[in-house]
Design a protein around this ligand. Structure first.
Ligand SMILES: [Zn+2]
Ligand SMILES: [Zn+2]
Length: 154
């Protein structure tokens, strides 16, 4: 298993604790470890990705699984469903409190994803903005996916 590409950008233990408190969750070591792991990942991670990395720190897979569900249920993580039966999770980056409204403007980084048809790798396209076409047929868009062949598979 290769190490995550980016190691910068991980939330501190302190800010992970603050997020958990704000979501009324207890600050357990597994929840903190997951928030930190996902906040530094530049791609969504599946349950088995998370379990594997947490195992190295001594957590068992069922603990990791439970913590993932709880964090996603309270909105600290985003669940990603790209239709391949693999549930992936990503960290929900939160913009700092704005002085004007006093509210947190949640997630400034909603973004499309790119899926490679050959290797299944999912990439976050955080620098891409997509203008949704207005259509009466569309109820609610949950995911914007681009499919193709990644640079490694071309
Ligand atoms: Zn590929
Ligand atoms: Zn993403």
């Amino acid at each position: 298993m290769p190490a995550p590409k980016k190691t910068s950008g991980a939330v501190s233990v302190e800010s992970a604790r603050e997020q958990l408190k704000a979501a009324a969750l207890r600050c357990t070591p597994s929840r903190i470890a997951i928030l930190r792991l996902l906040s530094q990942s530049d791609q969504p991670l599946s349950h088995s990705d998370v379990a594997e990395r947490l195992r190295e720190s001594g957590f068992d897979p069922s603990t990791a699984y439970r913590a993932l569900i709880e964090l996603a249920d309270t909105g600290l993580l985003i669940r990603l469903d790209i239709g391949d039966q693999i549930r992936r999770y990503e960290f929900k980056h939160v913009t700092p409190k704005t002085a004007a409204t006093g509210k947190r403007a949640h997630d400034d980084r909603e973004h499309p994803h790119f899926v490679c048809l050959d290797c299944g790798h999912v990439t976050c396209l955080t620098d891409v903005t997509v203008q949704l076409p207005k259509s009466r047929a569309v109820g609610k868009v949950t995911e914007i996916l681009l499919r193709g062949h990644c640079v490694n598979c071309l």
